[in-house]
Write a protein that binds this ligand. Structure first.
Ligand SMILES: CC(C)(COP(=O)(O)OP(=O)(O)OC[C@H]1O[C@@H](n2cnc3c(N)ncnc32)[C@H](O)[C@@H]1OP(=O)(O)O)[C@@H](O)C(=O)NCCC(=O)NCCS
Length: 151
């Protein structure tokens, strides 16, 4: 069982985790994932694909954004997402990045707790309706950040 970089041959397993993890209207397609092979794209593989993480990294501004993370429902609550995030942070450190961001919908309480556990802090809430209310229903999200490699 290990975290490693994603390859073209993992895409079917990744698409299955995606299908089981996100509502159909939000799902990435195979083209989105193929494009993401140019980014930091990690999988947790234990025979099949149990989970994945995708992040964009900018060496000029020393920032990274975790764009997507998902774990197969049959493999959740065993620390796989935590392992994927820790591996990504290890890579960000090696690259000399200073800050990592992740955006999470307010409705995803479990994911928010997970990100807090690994060291992210909520920076601000982004309301998604004209009344500026942070609601579970309207897709409002929190911007969470973690500093790494503090000088
Ligand atoms: C959010 C998501 C990625 C978390 O994946 P996960 O692998 O279950 O996460 P982890 O196991 O690392 O952590 C989740 C919980 O398991 C606990 N855990 C970690 N290691 C554990 C272990 N060895 N044994 C038991 N529990 C463990 C964590 O403490 C955490 O518990 P808590 O939330 O009660 O504090 C997964 O639920 C998912 O794919 N959801 C759908 C897609 C999604 O919402 N993605 C996030 C978009 S922002």
């Amino acid at each position: 069982m290990s975290v490693r970089s994603a390859a073209e041959g993992d895409l079917n397993g990744i698409l299955e985790v995606e299908r089981l993890s996100f509502p159909i209207r939000n799902q990435w397609d195979v083209g989105d994932f193929r494009e993401a092979l140019k980014d930091l794209f990690l999988v947790f593989a234990d025979g099949g694909i149990s989970g994945f993480l995708i992040a964009s990294c900018w060496e000029d501004t020393k920032r990274a954004v975790i764009l997507r993370i998902a774990v197969h429902p049959g493999h959740r609550n065993r620390g796989i997402a935590t392992r994927l995030i820790e591996a990504a942070i290890g890579t960000f450190r090696e690259m000399g990045l200073r800050e990592v961001e992740i955006d999470v919908e307010v409705v995803k309480r479990g994911a928010i707790r997970l990100y807090e556990n690994v060291g992210f802090r909520t920076i601000r809430g982004i309301p998604m309706d004209e009344n500026n209310t942070m609601s579970n229903e309207n897709g409002s999200f929190y911007m969470m950040k973690m500093e790494i490699n503090k000088p």
